[in-house]
Design a protein around this ligand. Structure first.
Ligand SMILES: Cc1cc2nc3c(=O)[nH]c(=O)nc-3n(C[C@H](O)[C@H](O)[C@H](O)COP(=O)(O)OP(=O)(O)OC[C@H]3O[C@@H](n4cnc5c(N)ncnc54)[C@H](O)[C@@H]3O)c2cc1C
Ligand code: SF4
Ligand code: SF4
Length: 435
């Protein structure tokens, strides 16, 4: 295959987008594949990001726009990499663009097709805190702002009923219920995997009540609850009610001993949540129940220190396994051993669990397709992690961001830019004979 200056990036989170822009800026052709109908990754779930408490959407939206408008970047949303074959400098990639049923060209994102749809389903992007229609955009402010139709839930597409209501409501003729998947084959010189991570399954810790007790929240649920473009428009009310909590406990390190590592960002986002709570519910009493605190470096230490005296009550427990959340008359009761091992009780209205960051559930399959190895924790293995290299165990395939392990935005983006640099270096040495 002749040199074609092309790169495949898998995952359009902050890492994939930033690395893509860097490569596109160096005149490389970037094929950016994202499994969701929108780009942006997890950062756009946050109202604000630590350590500077910047508005996350304001930070990411210009990057999303630049990616979508860059002539050197071909973005494949709602798409999967089906196969990846070849070797360093010469990979053939098969990408499946799933049928969206809505034209990315004709749709203007007016939203007129949503209301007429008779089907309501839980919105997973919004952490199931609200419903959406079978024709939907995952969240307000989605980019691209073009809906998709869930073919398994749509009455027309699953053959339940001859429904045509969304088509009739669209004056732009943007909906085609006969749309089908498109399979595209591209050739690239290098690959960057930037497909992010997942969260520890909190229901595996039954002592903490997640899944059974409605007032126990995962961190991403809390992010969406706080977000002004989220399910409650930022009203901090308890699930299924319009009551705001008055006593909130954040339990740190949920799943840490099970996964066997510190996830590095949980303490920081916990203290971000304290700031959020103080901002919206200034009268609330906040507790942080912890075994360990991780706020490394100058800015993180400062973020913690400047929370201020009395903002949260720090409660140490030597054993998270012995912490138990149950229902009490007043709301939730947390039993925990204190420093001396004595059993204590705390009554609160809301519990937020800071879940460990784990490999995405799709990662083993993606690693199989790409032919790269995983490390002992299930993240993508880098050959020389100590030196900061982003090379995987397969030559010409790189990995960056939380797909390689937990990290904050800054670490992830630096890794993505480093990968872009390594890819450019690799491409400059490929000359048809050497590969
Ligand atoms: C609750 C919480 C709060 C946080 N708050 C902050 C904060 O305030 N400040 C901060 O610095 N950091 C914060 N972080 C960390 C931050 O979210 C990460 O550093 C950042 O999201 C990493 O970006 P990424 O691009 O590596 O991954 P992601 O943001 O996860 O993006 C990965 C993208 O890849 C896509 N993808 C996945 N699999 C595939 C596939 N097989 N094919 C195609 N696409 C795929 C995903 O859909 C996604 O769009 C927080 C993390 C959590 C869990
Ligand atoms: S498909 Fe049509 S009605 Fe629906 S958002 Fe797009 S332009 Fe509007
Ligand atoms: S055709 Fe499907 S998506 Fe459109 S309105 Fe009917 S059920 Fe909803």
């Amino acid at each position: 295959m002749p040199k074609n200056g092309s790169v495949l990036i898998i995952g359009a989170g902050i890492v994939g987008m930033k690395a893509g822009l860097m490569l596109a800026g160096a005149s490389k052709k970037v094929h950016l594949v994202e499994k969701l109908p929108i780009i942006g990754g997890k950062v756009i779930k946050n109202e604000e990001s630590f350590p500077n408490m910047e508005c996350s959407t304001c930070m990411v939206a210009p990057v999303q726009q630049e990616v979508l408008q860059n002539p050197n970047i071909e973005t494949y949303t709602y798409s999967d990499v089906e196969s990846l074959s070849g070797s360093k400098g010469c990979y053939e990639v098969v990408i499946r663009r799933k049928a969206r049923y809505i034209s990315l060209v004709n749709c203007i994102g007016c939203g007129m097709c949503y209301d007429p749809c008779p089907v309501s389903i839980p919105n997973m992007w919004e952490e199931n805190l609200m419903d959406m229609k079978a024709v939907y955009v995952p969240t307000a402010g989605s980019l691209p702002n073009v809906p998709v139709i869930d073919s398994s839930k749509c009455l027309h597409l699953n053959g339940t009923q001859e429904c045509n209501l969304c088509v009739e409501s669209c004056v732009f003729d943007a909906i085609d219920l006969n749309d089908s998947d498109e399979v595209v084959t591209v050739e690239v010189e290098a690959v960057l995997i930037a497909s992010g991570s997942g969260l520890f399954d909190l229901s595996a810790l039954p002592n903490l009540g997640y899944g059974d007790l409605s007032a126990v929240y995962s961190p991403l649920e809390f992010e969406r609850l706080f977000a002004s473009n989220g399910p409650t428009q930022g009203e901090l009310t308890l699930r299924g009610s319009d009551i705001s909590p008055e006593r909130i406990a954040i339990i740190h390190c949920a799943g840490r001993s099970e996964v066997g590592y510190c996830s590095t960002v949980c303490c920081m986002y916990s203290f971000k949540f304290v700031r959020f709570l103080l901002h919206k519910l200034p009268e609330a009493r906040i507790y942080d129940l912890y075994l360990d605190i991780c706020v490394p470096g100058k800015s993180y230490q400062n973020f913690f220190t400047t929370l201020g005296e009395g903002s949260t009550t720090m409660l140490f427990t030597p054993s998270l396994e012995d912490v138990c959340v149950t229902e009490s008359d007043s709301a939730l009761r947390i039993s925990y051993p204190d420093t001396s091992g004595e059993s204590r009780e705390l009554d609160v209205d809301m519990v937020i669990l800071t879940a460990a960051i784990v490999p995405d559930s799709d990662l083993p399959e993606l690693a199989r397709i790409a032919g790269v190895e995983l490390d002992k924790f299930g993240f993508i293995k880098r050959t020389d992690e100590g030196s900061g290299s982003t090379e995987t165990t397969k030559a010409g395939i790189f990995a960056a961001g939380t797909v390689t392990g937990p990290g904050d935005i800054q670490r992830s983006v630096i890794q993505g830019e480093s990968a872009a640099g390594q890819i450019m270096e690799l491409m400059s040495t490929i000359d048809g004979e050497k590969v």
